[in-house]
Design a protein around this ligand. Structure first.
Ligand SMILES: *Cc1c(COP(=O)(O)O)cnc(C)c1O
Length: 368
């Protein structure tokens, strides 16, 4: 049995008729940029997250970048990001001319903690970007308690956490703003690139609308050097249909995670992921830790089971950031997790039988 790491085909098949109808309606209207689907999707997604404002953008990377821009963050400023995340998080900081300052993570939940951020905070720290990694929220109470008195902004990177929650509040609704990606393989993914910022801050919302549309403050007036970073209507039309299924798909991901937890929990040499108290995990990624990670990955690959490593190299040791002068040993938890982590197949259409086969193969390898 071949089990791919991710399979989008069942999702596409399920929605084939509805997406065709939605795209046909868009074709008739012809409002391809900032049209009806885009506006409706902003309203629906904002309501889903519980945020009064939402701005559709062309990617999650731009959601982060334009949020920093709109907050006026630039050269001379520092922004704290975890060393264990996708590189887009820190790239967004670098695009503004600000300095990404990497912090360590909790090796059990893979999220950054307030105490990790506090260790690297300086007078120049203007913002912190907690990443709700793999679909689990950081402890936002502790982060807010740290940042609010110091007037440090919080930009949530919720690109892997559509529908995740912490103590009842949704990912993206707890910081100054929340950034989302609709890259096709995310829990909510389009047919190409897409992104969104949600916020309760009316001024931030207004500035983001200007920045994404060539700096346009009214039809012929450009109040700033803006960008072209709009969410297109085709993506919005597809995403509107998928948003209606997001909760059901996330529940299925949670059920799969519970099966993995049960079946793998008994195998010596495997550490299953931890969920922190108060957290609703939506398992964008289900990642185990094991000493012989590369051996296990090669074995599973030979058995036809797809795996991924999210992520093998911590950001402070990436070549792109060598100019910042970090060394191995600087952020030990992130570095140790990078050496042991392995992501297993996870998507809402993975079957119970497939989960059992994956776990049986892992057991067979580790028993040897
Ligand atoms: C996917 C992702 C991004 C970037 O989103 P794009 O839409 O691909 O630009 C940023 N941060 C994290 C944590 C991500 O997983």
């Amino acid at each position: 049995m071949k089990i791919p790491f991710i399979d989008l085909h069942p999702q596409q098949a399920l929605l084939r008729k509805e997406t065709a109808a939605a795209l046909a309606a868009l074709n008739r209207r012809g409002d391809f940029i900032l049209g009806q689907d885009e506006k409706e999707f902003e309203t629906e997604f904002g309501r889903y997250i519980g945020s009064p404002h939402a701005v559709g953008l062309n990617s999650g990377t731009d959601a982060l970048f334009l949020s920093l821009k709109a907050m006026g963050i630039g050269p001379g400023d520092e922004v704290i990001v975890p060393a264990f995340t996708f590189i887009a998080t820190s790239n967004a900081v670098a695009y503004c001319g600000a300095k990404p300052v990497f912090c360590d993570i909790d090796p059990e939940t893979f999220c950054m903690r307030a105490e990790d951020a506090r260790k690297v905070m300086t007078r120049r720290t203007k913002a912190v970007i907690p990443v709700h990694l793999f679909g689990q929220c950081c402890d936002m109470d502790a982060l807010r308690a740290l940042c609010a008195p110091r007037k440090i902004r919080i930009i949530e990177d919720a690109c892997q956490a559509h529908g995740a929650a912490f103590k009842g509040a949704k990912a993206g609704a707890m910081g100054d703003c929340g950034c989302f990606s609709f890259y096709p393989t995310k829990n909510l993914g389009g047919w190409g690139d897409g992104g969104m910022v949600v916020t309760a801050d009316a001024k931030l919302h207004k500035d983001l609308c200007v920045l994404r549309d060539c700096g346009r403050s009214s039809r012929y007036v450009h109040s700033t050097v803006g960008y072209n970073s709009r969410l297109d209507s085709c993506q919005a039309a597809v995403l509107r249909l998928k948003l209606k299924r997001l909760d059901a798909w996330n529940r299925r991901r949670q059920a799969i995670a519970r099966s993995y937890d049960t079946l793998l929990g008994k195998i010596e040499g495997v550490t299953t992921p931890k969920t922190q108290r108060g957290s609703t995990h939506v398992y964008h990624v289900y990642a185990i830790k094991t000493r012989d990670r590369d051996g296990l990955a090669a074995f599973l690959n030979a058995e036809g089971i797809g795996t991924m490593i999210n992520y093998p190299i911590p950001l402070h040791l990436q070549e792109a950031y060598s100019h910042l002068g970090y060394h191995s040993g600087d952020l030990p938890a992130a570095e140790s997790v990078c050496g042991e982590i392995l992501s297993l197949p996870m998507h809402p259409f993975l079957t119970d039988a497939q989960v059992r086969v994956i776990c049986a193969r892992i057991r067979r390898y580790l028993k040897k």
